[in-house]
Each structure stands twice: as structure tokens, then as C-alpha cells.
Design a protein around this ligand. Structure first.
Ligand SMILES: *Cc1c(COP(=O)(O)O)cnc(C)c1O
Length: 403
């Protein structure tokens, strides 16, 4: 098809990048600046404090890197672990798979706990492995909080309880790239040691700014350990020590991505105005509205039980014989709606609706209407309007914010 103008906005419902609020776009439209100037810390310093609210921490330390989320995974592993160290990782979707793959390629000895796709981390299994590890050879537990490929949220608090019950000192690493800023995240309460986030999902920014929050314990491990910091996995650019030294004065050791810092400042201001509890509630309501639509279509989410349901993304399983990839292409071509694809094991079997970031009832209903139209166009037997009716009824009953 020849390129033609696409009127109206693209409805961006992949689970990241997410729609950027207009005021955040405006805040990022800035001339380049001297990042060594005396006034630069006025921008940088408050970011390290203000971002803590999103992580549910007062004790953690924030690090900001020009990087996508994957770089921040790498920084968490390379600053705290040594070649050959044992780690436990639960694997139940494409993102947990990729994190395991990274850990293995970095030279870690990964004890992989495979779970069925559509389920999540099993705290009991993790506790059992830790209890059996009498000499504390296991150095870390790696959990993807919200598996974006399947729309599954794991219970990080329960994993922490299992670790404590086992009396094991392993570090707790959490990939919160598609949860932090949208789902309740309790860095301090759950005693998370490294919490990984990226700018393009809950933070409503373009990709390119990686956010890491580290505990005091993780900082100590990074500094010391038996062989000192030198036996850590190789790292130079991602070394926390270089960042932290410069950050103290409100500077960065390397050239920061300035527009993203202005964007982060504005995004944090929008989050503060709405309030984190309101943000969490809004995501819970929009998530449930999406699931009501899915049920009305006679379809099922990829999440195997309600306890696994994610409030930031729903992966919808299409019937046998239907190619979900065709629905996604049709939705884009015909209705200018971007849905998330099924990845790896679930390619062609699911499509995903991302419902995180800056959205409200009517933006979500646009995506539900578009998905419904695309499914019908592609030959699926659905009652037109059924998903929209179910979701809109639910949304009318359930305000996005608590009174
Ligand atoms: C998006 C995502 C990633 C990958 O992040 P990038 O910013 O693309 O590097 C990793 N984990 C989860 C859970 C994600 O949703």
C-alpha cells in the first residue's frame, strides 16, 4: 500500500513504549546545555530524591543511565556478582528468559526455575532451594515482577518472605521495567536490592533512560566482598562507583541525555500530582476493564489464574486456527492501533493490550473497540460491541481514582 496520511493519533497500546503526556513532550524540547555548569545540579540533584517515591523507598539509592532497561539489568548483575557466582532465576516468559540468557552469557551459574508460561515465580520453590544451600553459595535471586510477554505479575513480597524464612542472605534483584510507576512497588518493605526500570513504560518517557534503585546492602556488596570490587564481573561504563561519585555533586561522569532528564522531572511531577496510590488504583481499574472485555469476547488471558493477572498488560489468547499476528497487522493498517505481539513461545497465539502509563477510560475503550473490530474483520466470531459494552459498564461503576 502506498504511504498515505494516517489521520488522527496512532493508538499506542503495545506495553511500552507508552504514550508520552503532552506536557512531558514539551518539557523535553530543550536546547543543549553545559552539563558541567554550576547550575546543572539544580536539575539533576532533585531527580535522585524524587524518583524514590516511585520505587516505594526512602533508603534506596537511585542511579540514572542513558540506557534502555536491558543495560540496567546488566549493571545490576555486573556490579554485585563475580564470574561463576550462583544465582536463582525464575523463567516464565520472554523477558525472564532474556534475563537468564544475559546472566549465563556474563558467566554466572544460573539455577533456572522454569514455570509454566502464564504463571510466575514460585516463592516456595525459591525458599526450598535457598534452604538447601547451607553454605550460602547462592548470591542472588532474580525475579521479573511483571512478565510483559504473558501479562503475569509475580508476588515479590512473597518471594522476600520465603528468602527471610530460609534465613538466606542472597540479594534480591527485581526487573520492574513494566511494573515500576504503574503497579505498587515496595522497595523497602520487600527489601529489594536492585530494582530495574526503564523510562519508556510506567515513567511515560521515550526509551533511553535506565533507572536503577539499589539498597544499602547491594551498595556494600558492590564496594567490598572477599576479593574487593575487583573480582566483580567486568564493568567500566556501568560502574556504580563512578556514577555515585559524580552524582553526589549533582553531575554525571559522562554526558547525560539532557532532554530525558527534563522529561523525567516533568514525568515525576505528573506522578506526584496524581499520587502513587491513585496511579496504582487507576491501573487496577483499567486492567480489570480490559479483562472484562476479554471475558465478554469469550476469550481467555494468557495468565492461568486470576492471581497472576497483570494490571499493566493483558495477553489475550486467540482460538486455535487464528493467527494473532494477522490481527495485529490488520489493527495497525486499518485502524491505526498498535497492539503488542506474542513473543517467542506464544508468537501468533496471543496479542497483547498494554494498559499502562498515561491513559484513561476512553483511550482504553478505543483500544478495546479497535481490537474487537480487527478480530471480527479477521474472521473471529464475536458479538460486535460486546467487549466495549463490558468494559464501559465496568468503568462507569469504577472510577479511576478513589474518592
Ligand atoms: C520492556 C522490558 C524489558 C526490556 O527493556 P528495554 O528497555 O527494551 O531494554 C525487560 N523486561 C521487561 C519486564 C520489560 O517489560
Amino acid at each position: 500500500m502506498a504511504a498515505t496520511r494516517r489521520p488522527g493519533r496512532n493508538h499506542l497500546f503495545i506495553p511500552g513504549p507508552t504514550t508520552i503526556p503532552d506536557r512531558v513532550i514539551r518539557a523535553m524540547s530543550v536546547q543543549s546545555e553545559d552539563h558541567r555548569s554550576p547550575s546543572f545540579p539544580e536539575l539533576a540533584k532533585p531527580l535522585f530524591q524524587d524518583a524514590k517515591m516511585v520505587y516505594g523507598t526512602t533508603e534506596g539509592t537511585i542511579l540514572l543511565y542513558p540506557s534502555s532497561g536491558t543495560g540496567i539489568w546488566e549493571s545490576a548483575l555486573t556490579n554485585t556478582l563475580c564470574r561463576g557466582d550462583k544465582v536463582i532465576a525464575a523463567r516464565f516468559g520472554q523477558f525472564s528468559h532474556l534475563w537468564v540468557d544475559m546472566a549465563q552469557r556474563l558467566g554466572l551459574d544460573v539455577i533456572v526455575q522454569d514455570e509454566e508460561w502464564g504463571t510466575g515465580a514460585d516463592p516456595e520453590k525459591i525458599g526450598e532451594a535457598l534452604r538447601a544451600d547451607k553454605d550460602h553459595a547462592i548470591k542472588a535471586v532474580m525475579i521479573v515482577h511483571n512478565e510483559t510477554a504473558t501479562g503475569v505479575t509475580s508476588d515479590v513480597g512473597a518471594v522476600r518472605k520465603a528468602m527471610d524464612a530460609a534465613g538466606h542472605p542472597a540479594l534480591l534483584f527485581v526487573d520492574g521495567i513494566s511494573s515500576i510507576g504503574s503497579l505498587p512497588f515496595k522497595m523497602d518493605e520487600w527489601k529489594v536490592d536492585c530494582a530495574v526500570a526503564g523510562s519508556q513504560k510506567g515513567f511515560m518517557l521515550p526509551a533511553g533512560l535506565g533507572l536503577l534503585c539499589v539498597s544499602q546492602k547491594a551498595l556494600k556488596v558492590a564496594e567490598g566482598g572477599q576479593g574487593g570490587a575487583n573480582d566483580r564481573l567486568g564493568h567500566v561504563y556501568f560502574a556504580w562507583s563512578d556514577q555515585l561519585n559524580a552524582n553526589k555533586g549533582g553531575y554525571f561522569p559522562y554526558t547525560p541525555a539532557l532532554p530525558l532528564l527534563y522529561g523525567l522531572r516533568e514525568a515525576l511531577a505528573t506522578m506526584k500530582e496524581e499520587g502513587m496510590e491513585n496511579i496504582y488504583h487507576r491501573h487496577a481499574v483499567l486492567g480489570e476493564a480490559t479483562r472484562q472485555a476479554v471475558a465478554a469476547w469469550g476469550l481467555k488471558p494468557c495468565a492461568k489464574e486470576p492471581k497472576w493477572n497483570s494490571n499493566t498488560v493483558t495477553a489475550i489468547v486467540v482460538p486455535e486456527g487464528v493467527d494473532a499476528a494477522k490481527i495485529i497487522i490488520h489493527a495497525y493498517d486499518r485502524y491505526n492501533l498498535s497492539l503488542g505481539a506474542g513473543l517467542s513461545k506464544v508468537a501468533g497465539k496471543v496479542f497483547r493490550i498494554g494498559h499502562l502509563g498515561d491513559l484513561n477510560e476512553l483511550s482504553l475503550l478505543g483500544a478495546i473497540a479497535g481490537a474487537e473490530m480487527a478480530m471480527i474483520d479477521c474472521g473471529m466470531k464475536l458479538t460486535p460491541g460486546s467487549g466495549v459494552a463490558a468494559a464501559s459498564s465496568y468503568l462507569r461503576e469504577n472510577p479511576l481514582h478513589k474518592a
